[in-house]
Design a protein around this ligand. Structure first.
Ligand code: XMP
Length: 512
């Protein structure tokens, strides 16, 4: 396994993803991880991330002296390379010109085996982002590459297996960066690359069994990717010791409740208690128009119902959750200065303490891509595993203003047509999130010989990496025309369809 020390780069998580993509297990920890903890972790190699500071600034993040005495290979990226240089007596200075963006790297001397295949005809395109550079390398190091702006862009000390690169191999803009990271972890660090879906599942099963023993576990199943994969995995490990509670709040997509039951109860044989609570949710929401108020009501009622159910299972000692690694990294604050994403699992975050359940989080170490891969391996349907995110309050925040059953039924039908057409035309997998929104506004239309006066449906589709910023999806007109025709013809109560062309910011992805 590989240890990544995080010095605050916006790309630190990407390093971890690239290492995992090489099928090698790794963890991302803050740069000041104690040396005793590092020894206990026993990494086969260490990667030092980039960071926003200058190594010569007072109070700049530093590393434990003993790090280089562990005898394991170290790769320093950007700030990491500068730290390494300074540590061994080289010189880092502010660059005359800040270098940001594409650069052409030129090989010097004989790059060692880390760079096998990285240079083609002595060159390699890379992505740079730095204000300082190494002016003089430390003794014993050789310079392996430079750009026009920076004389030292890659260094090595082959006997001690110390390497440094000024550019960012972890970003997609460095086309052969993936290869470099793969070579580092597999060839230089000799990690065997066994972190595959099958192996992840096997390890997880072993750990779940050891943790839980013969005790009972409950899990709030939402139908979303994370809780679904957690349920399938835990069921594989402990079978009937798992009970899932699935609350149908009446604000789910068309047939979603039946699909969840079919996938889990019928196909996988998981014990699922379905709580049909549409009436209770709609009654609680009657007359409420404020979005945050609606969220509170839906979230609170969910907790009440989950609690009621768990009282019927007094033997339960564990609460299972689909927390994934990006949630853990963010809340640990390993990542500096970034605002938090809204978590889909926060629905079950607010259980009362007196329930005294221990937390079981078998996906805590996994990235979304890995969660999806093991979901498929566990036999969950592709459509479930690759589904777009769906907010906890469901259609409750996609029906603007007051929520009524009539509106929810209209929206469900329109949304189902929209999504079906996106699958059919091949757009679905290129879009990060798509859905329909119900506008409780009537407008005039004409159908046949008659005048109509009916509701409006808005369609939203966005592309985004992290859901913090998003652009609207450039849907071809022909597809929009077909979707609009079908919705207006097939859904009673709708005579107008509009397409949302707002980006985030300033709009948000959801309308409420
Ligand atoms: P916004 O609308 O803030 O959405 O741009 C960003 C992402 O978060 C989802 N979202 C929610 N998820 N409970 C959730 O579990 C919520 O209350 C909630 N609000 C927004 C949204 O679907 C998008 O993926």
């Amino acid at each position: 396994k590989i240890l990544i020390l995080d010095f605050g780069s916006q790309y630190s998580q990407l390093i971890a993803r690239r290492v995992r993509e090489a099928h090698v297990y790794c963890e991302l920890h803050p740069f000041d991880m104690a040396i005793t903890a590092i020894r206990a972790f026993a990494p086969r190699g260490i990667i030092l991330s980039g960071g926003p500071k200058s190594v010569y600034e007072a109070g700049a993040p530093a590393i434990a002296e003993e790090l280089f005495e562990l005898g394991v290979p170290v790769l320093g990226i950007c700030y990491g390379m500068q730290l390494m240089t300074r540590h061994f007596g080289g010189q880092v200075v502010p660059a005359g010109k800040r270098e940001y963006g594409h650069a052409e790297l030129q090989a010097l001397g004989t790059p060692g085996s880390l760079f096998d295949g990285f240079f083609v005809e002595g060159k390699s395109p890379v992505w740079m982002s730095h204000g300082d550079h190494v002016a003089r390398v430390a003794e014993g190091f050789e310079v392996v590459a430079a750009t026009d702006n920076a004389p030292v862009c890659a260094i090595q000390q082959v006997e001690r297996q110390l390497y440094g690169v000024q550019f960012h191999p972890e970003v997609n803009h460095t086309p052969r960066g993936e290869l470099l990271i793969d070579t580092f972890v597999r060839r230089i660090c000799r990690c065997s690359g066994q972190w595959t879906p099958g192996q992840i599942i096997e390890d997880a099963i072993g750990r779940i069994r050891a943790q839980v023993g013969d005790e009972q576990v409950i899990l709030g199943l939402s139908g979303g990717v994370d809780s679904s994969v957690a349920a399938a995995l835990i069921h594989r490990a402990i079978g009937d010791q798992l009970t899932c509670v699935f609350v149908d709040n009446g604000l789910l997509r068309l047939n979603e409740g039946d699909q969840v039951m079919q996938t889990f109860a019928d196909n996988l044989g998981v014990r699922v208690i379905r709580v049909d609570a549409e009436d209770r949710f709609l009654a609680a929401l009657a007359g409420v128009t404020d979005p945050e108020q609606k969220r509170k009501i839906i979230g609170g009622l969910f907790v009440d119902l989950f609690e009621e159910q768990s009282k019927l299972l007094p033997a339960a000692r564990w609460l299972a959750q689909g927390t994934i690694y990006p949630d853990v990294i963010e809340s640990a604050g390993a990542k500096t200065g970034k605002a938090h994403n809204i978590k889909s699992h926060h629905n079950v975050g607010g259980l009362p303490d007196y329930m005294q359940l221990k937390l079981l989080e078998p996906l805590r170490e996994l990235f979304k891509d890995e969660v999806r891969a093991i979901g498929e391996e566990l036999g969950l349907p592709r459509a479930m595993v690759w589904r777009h995110p769906f907010p906890g309050p469901g259609l409750g925040v996609r029906i603007l203003g007051e929520v009524k059953k009539e509106y929810a039924d209209i929206l469900r039908q329109a949304d189902a047509i929209y999504i079906e057409e996106l699958y059919r035309s091949g757009h679905y997998d290129k879009i990060s999130q798509a859905f329909a929104v119900f506008l409780p506004v009537k407008s005039v239309g004409v159908m046949g010989d008659g005048r109509t006066y009916e509701y409006v449906v808005a369609l939203r589709a966005v592309e985004t990496r992290d859901f913090m910023t998003a652009g609207w999806y450039p849907m071809p007109y022909a597809d929009l025309a077909r979707i609009s025709n079908r919705i207006i013809n097939e859904v009673r109560g709708v005579n107008r369809v509009v397409y949302d062309i707002s980006s985030k910011p300033p709009a948000t992805i959801e309308w409420e």
